[in-house]
Write a protein that binds this ligand. Sequence first.
Ligand SMILES: Cc1ncc(COP(=O)(O)O)c(C=O)c1O
Length: 424
Amino acid sequence: MIPPGTDDWLDQAAEQFGTPSFVYFADRIAQRIDELRDAFEGRFALSYAVKSNPNPALLAWLNGRIDLLDVSSIGEFHLAIEAGWNPILISFTGPAKRDFEIRDAIHGNVGLLVIESLREARLANAVARSIGCVQRVLVRIAPDSIPKGFGDQMAGRPSPFGIDLDDAAEALGLIMAMPNLNLAGLHIYSGTQCLKPEAIVENYRGFLQIFTMLCEAHEITPDKLILGSGLGVAYHDQDIPLNLTDIASGILPDIERFCAQPRFANTQLALELGRYLVAEAGFFLTRVVSIKQSRGVRIAICDGGMNNHLPASGHFGMVIRRNYSMHKVGGGTGLEKVDLSGPLCTSIDRLGSGVDLPHLEEGDVIAIHNSGAYGLTASPIHFISHAPPAELMVMDGEIRDISRFLPDVQPTQPVLYDALKCRV
Ligand SMILES: Cc1ncc(COP(=O)(O)O)c(C=O)c1O
C-alpha cells in the first residue's frame, strides 16, 4: 500500500520536472530510521551504505539523522565529505581498494578503514607510517555459512569479500602486530535482500558468535562491531514485507547476553544497511511515449527504462525476472495486461511483462515502487545517450530538484549542436 497523498506529489513531480525521474520522500526515510531504532530498542547504531543511493543532497539530509556512513570507493568518500559528513563517522569497505584510494582515505582522516585482505592491511600500515599516524581499522570476516533466503550472498562460498573465517586467526595476528594500525573491531557482511525474519535472526546470531570467538581468542576489546543487515525489500506484489518486530524479538535476547559480557560493555554494535532505509521511499516515474499492439500484446513504450533503472528490468541479480510493484499515476478504471519497455534498442530493456494496469495511453505516467535504492546508481545511464533522469526529493511540503547529473546529452542544448557542427 502506498501512503495517501503519494499520487498528488508524483503527478506534480512529473508535470513540473518531467520524466523520467526519481522521486524520494524524505519523511518515509525518517520513518524507517525511527522504526529501526524503536524495534531494536536503540541497541544498534545505524550505518548507511552509500552505494545504495549516493545522491549528494540525500547524503547531506542524512547527516545528523543517521549515525555512520559506509562508503565503498574513494569517490563515495569524497561525495560524503562534500555533503558535510565528518570523515571520522565514515567506514570504507570494498574488496578492491586501489593503493591511491587507501592513501587518500587515510590522508582524508577516514574513521574506519575496513581491511578486506592482508594486502590492504600492509598498504594501510605503510601509508599510516609514512605520515606518522595510527589508522583505526576493522577487519572484515567472511563467515563460512549463510542461512537460506538471502538474495545476494557474499560469504559461505568462495568469495572476494573480506578474510575467510578459516584464515581469520592467522590474519588477525598479523594485522594486530602492525604498529600503525589500531584494530578497532570487526566487520561482517555476508548477504542481503532477505525477507525471512528467522534467517536474518540466525545470521545475526552467527555473527555474534564469530565476534565473541575471535575477540576472546585474540583478546580484542572492540570499540565497534559492524554487521550487515541483510534486511530485504518487498519489491514484488506477492512479497511479504519484513516485520521488524519478529526480527527484534528473535535477536534482542542474544544481544543483551552479548553486551553483558565485560569485553563488550563499551562496544558499539552498528547495523550497516542501504536498501531497507531508502528503497521504499523512492518511485521511478516513466512516461508512455508510444503504444504498440504487437501480435496480440499491448506494449507501452516509455521514456525511461533499463538505462535509468536496471534492477526493475531484472538484470541486477534477479534469477527469474519479476515485475516490480507499480501503478499508473492518477489511477483509472479496469485493468488490462500490458508490457512496459524502455527507450533502448535492446529487447532486454523491459520494465514490465504482463502487468495489470488501468488502460494506458500516450502521455500517461507509470510509477515504479521501491526505487529509492540501486536505481540510478546501478544503471547504465550512458547507454544510447539519453539525458539522465531528474532526482527529486519531497521534503518540507515541497518538491526539490536534487539531480546529481546535469543533462549534458540533451540534443536541444546549443553547445552540443555547435560541437557536432564542428565535427562535420
Ligand atoms: C559491505 C556492504 N555493506 C552494505 C551493503 C548494503 O546492502 P543493502 O543495500 O542491501 O542493505 C552492501 C551491499 O552489497 C555491502 O556489500
